[in-house]
Design a protein around this ligand. Structure first.
Ligand code: PLP
Length: 453
């Protein structure tokens, strides 16, 4: 590449000098970036546009809808219409990670299985479903069909379906957000269009079409799909666009996870305090899912939680946005990185500026890992725990290994004064998707992983 090449107003050489990690990312090396702008929560929160009260409001809204969800999706009856996923200690996988990588992971390792969330089988069941429910509530209140205090089972009534059928919901997606929005919107009676990027798996498109969702396919990546969705919505006043790049509503739906996790940790007797740090590793695409969860956890546990985002080497958009400070103004493609990855949920080349800026003072760091590594860990997880995930959902699994042996992580742990408490740390790997993937596809992921071991 020529030194003269200009990228966003600077020569490539200047970029390499000012933000050295860019050169490694261009070479598709796995990298680790510690956030120099992290500050104590008390200081960060003063400048945040969202608060704990907003998260509580989201949790309350989900609770109001629980009786309706129980009826519309009988499989959620066992949990009273509340969508929540198991938190499972993965002792066998921890031992395998230690063997494979010649390290000792300090503390205990847990898997947060959003892969097995109800209705749509991915982390998107948090934000996506929440945003559709809030949209439905707003419309029903505006039309006088709903009064505060009503039993939300009324949302299953014909009068509601008729009202919602006049509206259209549109969304751009790499797949899983489309599933969540599509399934929930269709159940309420909305007309739905999902604009799918080229990365979206065929079975996701098929499943949505079966549910009566209109699927528009693009040969281009996620940014194009989302732009087309936004355009369509602008042309139709009855069309509501779910904006994965900018939606505070989606973000709060994800953030509500923190209040639930607090309960789960209490029940499992896992302390998070001065003597017990909590490390969380979250697969990151555009940023809303991991950002919302991490923000919620910072609100709940303050400085005792340490949140890291995980991205594919071919799609390290949030890392790039954060490290350059350019956020949504920069894409991996600007630097010649192709955004081609098997981790379809993470195949995003341009990060959300809303999430990037909001998370700047809260995030501990970002790292990237190769697709091959995701596949290898995918196979290991099947063999040790019998848990099958989609490749994206393994991105977080590399974090505990980095915490054990990466020099940048070690420096972070020292600066945070955690050397003494690390042996009592809890590591939570956020497993973001997998249970809806057809068995045959899961089997081929597993075989691919085995072939790379
Ligand atoms: C969408 C998705 C993510 C990341 O969420 P973003 O909000 O795009 O950052 C992670 N894993 C899976 C499986 C996903 O579908």
């Amino acid at each position: 590449m020529s030194e003269q090449r200009m990228i966003l107003g600077k020569s490539e050489k200047d970029w390499h000098r000012q933000v050295p990690i860019i050169e490694e990312m261009q070479a598709l090396r796995e990298v680790c970036w510690i956030n120099p702008r992290l500050v104590p929560v008390a200081q960060a929160a003063a400048a945040s546009p969202l608060t704990m009260a907003d998260i509580q409001e989201a949790a309350d809204r989900l609770a109001r809808f629980a009786p309706y969800l129980m009826e519309a999706f009988p499989q959620t009856a066992a949990t009273g219409g509340i969508l929540e996923s198991p938190l499972k200690e993965i002792v066998g996988m921890k031992a395998e990670l230690e063997r494979d990588n010649g390290c000792t992971i300090p503390g205990r390792l847990w898997l947060k299985m959003d892969s097995h969330l109800g209705i749509s089988g991915s982390i998107k069941a948090r934000g996506g479903i929440y945003e559709v429910l809030k949209t439905a509530e707003d419309i029903a209140l505006r039309h006088g069909l709903l009064k505060p205090g009503d039993d939300y089972r009324v949302f299953g009534g014909d009068n509601f379906r008729q009202l919602f059928s006049r509206y259209e919901i549109a969304v751009g997606s790499t797949g899983n957000l489309g599933l969540s929005i599509g399934i929930m919107s269709a159940a309420l009676g909305f007309r739905v269009t999902v604009h799918m990027s080229a990365d979206a798996r065929q079975w996701k498109k098929d499943l949505l079409r079966q549910k009566g969702v209109q699927v528009v396919e693009y040969a281009a990546d996620y940014s194009v799909a989302i732009a087309q969705g936004r355009q369509q919505a602008m042309e139709n006043p009855m069309c509501i666009f779910v904006d994965d790049e900018n939606s505070q509503t989606l973000f709060l739906g994800y953030a509500a996870a923190a209040l639930r996790l607090k309960e789960q940790l209490r029940k499992a007797q896992i302390a998070v305090d001065e003597g017990h740090p909590l490390f969380v590793y979250l697969p990151c695409g555009v940023g809303g899912g991991p950002g919302g969860v991490a923000f919620g956890l910072k609100m709940v546990f303050g400085d005792h939680v340490h949140a890291f985002f995980a991205e594919p080497t071919h799609a390290g958009c949030m890392l790039l946005g954060m490290a350059t400070g350019l956020h949504q103004e920069v894409s991996v493609q600007d630097f010649g990185v192709d955004n081609v990855t098997v981790a379809d949920g993470l195949a995003v080349g341009r990060p959300s500026g809303f999430v990037g800026r909001l998370m700047e003072p809260y995030l501990s760091g970002c790292y990237t890992l190769s697709d091959e590594r995701m596949f290898r860990m995918l196979a290991r997880l099947v063999d040790t725990e019998g848990i099958r995930l989609e490749p994206s959902a393994l991105a977080g699994m590399w974090g505990p290994v980095l915490a054990a042996k990466d020099p940048d992580f070690a420096a972070y742990i020292r600066r945070q004064g955690l050397q003494e408490t690390m042996p009592r740390a809890a590591h939570i790997v956020w497993a973001t998707g997998g249970s809806m993937v057809p068995a045959q596809e899961l089997e081929s992921y597993y075989r691919k992983g085995l072939s790379l071991l």
